[in-house]
Unconditional design. Structure first.
Length: 89
């Protein structure tokens, strides 16, 4: 018996998906760096050098990269909808 749900194509990526994935990875790296650099404040040990605090800025960079990916995906979907509407008329 055949399944009711059709199988998804193997390449199901949309424009902007790569940017969202990359942004998420960069954000997670920045979040881990933030946890690591804040830990000495609670543990009473010597703080890390300023370079470690600069790595924490990757959270914001990752958020911006992921946001750019979302905007790119929105633009591609709008173009696709406009093309479908023009072709269907």
């Amino acid at each position: 018996m055949r399944s009711e749900t059709p199988s998804a194509p193997s390449d199901d990526s949309q424009p902007g998906d790569g940017l969202v994935r990359a942004g998420a990875i960069v954000f997670i790296v920045g979040a881990v760096a933030t946890l690591v650099t804040v830990a000495p404040l609670f543990l009473g040990t010597d703080p890390f050098p300023p370079v470690a605090y600069a790595v924490c800025m990757l959270m914001g960079v990752g958020f911006l990269v992921a946001g750019a990916g979302v905007l790119r995906s929105i633009a591609a979907q709008r173009r696709q909808a406009k093309t479908a509407a023009a072709g269907g008329s």
